[in-house]
Design a protein around this ligand. Structure first.
Ligand code: SDX
Length: 428
């Protein structure tokens, strides 16, 4: 892998330190700086802006050109021709499934969608108005209490069954958190429905009347699951990898990922976009311009939620597909004139012509339009990040499995210490 060398000279140090330079199959080369500790030196990179934490073959992002590949396949092609369950197989196993492999994988997931009846009691410990992300964090971590039979992470079969269980049960647990919030009875999953249909059924069916699946909603939910499935070493995936590097069980690691995703700078942004559109309220030009000006004002904490990205310095390819899906769903529902959609589109048009956003390469990201679609389907805002977590579980567990099945060390960053040097405890 090392085909070139990097050399470092430091004033006051009379030697040249050499480092191997590795090239991947795509993307920037990396400098292996591990030998620095032998020189008594660390690198310094808060926020890991220029740090590769691992090798991975799962997902590749070309931020400059707005490219997102899952095992080499562009997200736009996958969104058009595949479905979420097939994408789960691809991310986890590295190749698209044959028809037989797909049938078996899909049946396996279908047969693990139910959760232990005892878990329903876990929900009863929460206040009815608990944020569903807080419930999901707790309940997913609690799954470890039910699956001691397959938690030897060194066994490939145990890792496989844990992955199947998590992919299968996340929609069930997510829908249960919604039903608990609104005081309606939980719905059991149905084996005659596909993954997206089942989620809608568990969310919206109730004992008093038959729930009819809207195919437009089912297709939109499946598309949203696909667009949020994985995204390299983002904050929540890095959290899962770090937790996994200690040997923690997969359920604890996914629970840690859910916690990290909840932040408004990360997965919580879709909920924050809708709250922002609610706050903007009036679609008049002067009002929208006022909010754009606030987003540019350093003294104002207001940010244009759903805009900007650590990696994409051009359009997030997922946002393009999401915007098309948004137009499709709202068009089908006769809501093309939805005021929030109009505000979002006008915000995007104005921002993309404004030097502040152009200079900082700020474009709509995956979260900018997803909330409008979810709201049109009837999903409450506090469930948006829960849906992101249901989808990202396949990304998290695929990265966890890639790490655990290969060589890895416990993650343990160092620091630049700026505190007191040693001092003595004052004599009394
Ligand atoms: C996700 O990592 C991933 O892959 C994440 C994700 C995934 O799939 O896992 O893609 C999902 O998290 C998408 C991002 C969702 N978050 C938001 O939409 C929240 C709003 N966006 C910002 O908080 C911000 O853009 C981040 C957090 C997304 C990225 O922050 P960075 O890379 O640390 O960039 P920065 O904060 O240093 O911003 C650079 C400049 C700053 O201005 P200057 O100091 O240079 O003058 O751009 C400004 C920022 O103030 N800026 C914004 C802005 N985002 C950045 N100004 C106004 N509105 C914004 N949204």
């Amino acid at each position: 892998m090392a085909d070139r060398k990097a050399q470092l000279t430091i004033e006051g140090l009379d030697k040249v330190i050499e480092f191997p330079v590795y090239s991947g199959s795509a993307g920037p080369d990396v400098i292996d700086i591990r030998s620095l500790t032998a020189e008594g030196l660390f690198t310094y990179d808060p926020g890991f802006m220029a740090t590769s934490s691992c090798q991975s073959a799962i997902t590749y992002i070309d931020g400059a050109n707005g490219v997102l590949l899952h095992r080499g396949y562009p997200i736009g092609q996958l969104a058009e021709h595949s479905n979420f369950v097939e994408l789960c197989y691809l991310l986890l196993n590295g190749e698209l499934p044959s028809q037989e492999e797909y049938r078996e994988f899909e049946a396996n997931i279908r047969n693990h969608t139910m959760v232990h009846e005892q878990l329903a009691n876990f929900y009863k410990g929460f206040r009815r108005d608990a944020h569903p992300m807080s419930i999901l964090c707790g309940v997913v971590g609690g799954l470890a209490a039910f699956y001691h039979d397959h938690m030897n992470i060194t066994r490939e079969e145990d890792r496989r069954i844990s992955a199947i269980r998590l992919i299968a049960k996340m929609p069930t647990l997510a829908a249960m958190s919604y039903k608990y919030n609104i005081g309606q009875p939980f719905n059991y999953p149905r084996n005659d429905l596909n993954y997206a249909e089942n989620f809608l059924y568990m969310m919206f069916s109730n004992p008093c009347e038959e729930y009819k699946i809207n195919p437009v909603f089912a297709k939109a939910i499946d598309r949203i699951f696909m667009l949020h499935a994985d995204h390299e070493q983002n904050a929540s995936t890095s959290t899962v990898r770090l937790a996994g590097s200690t040997g923690a069980n997969p359920f604890a690691c996914i629970s840690a990922g859910i916690a990290a995703l909840w932040g408004p700078a990360h997965g919580g942004a879709n909920e924050a976009v809708l709250n922002m559109l609610d706050e903007i309220g009036d679609e008049s030009e002067e009002n929208i311009q006022r909010y754009i000006d606030r987003a540019k004002n350093k003294d104002d904490p207001f940010r244009l939620m759903g805009f900007g990205h650590r990696v994409y310095r051009s359009f997030d390819p997922r946002a393009k597909v999401m915007k098309e899906t948004c137009d499709e769903v709202l068009g089908e529902l006769g809501m093309a004139d939805d005021p929030q959609l109009k505000i979002a589109k006008r915000l995007e048009e104005i921002a993309l012509e404004d030097d502040y956003f152009i200079e900082r390469q700020l474009y709509p990201n995956v979260d900018f339009y997803s909330g409008i679609i979810l709201k049109a389907i009837g999903i409450p805002t506090n469930m948006f990040t829960v849906i992101f977590a249901v989808s990202r579980t396949i990304g998290w567990i695929s990265h966890w499995n890639e790490m655990i099945s290969g060589e890895y060390k416990i993650g343990r960053p160092r620091q630049l210490y700026v505190g007191y040097n040693q001092r003595d405890y004052p004599a009394k």
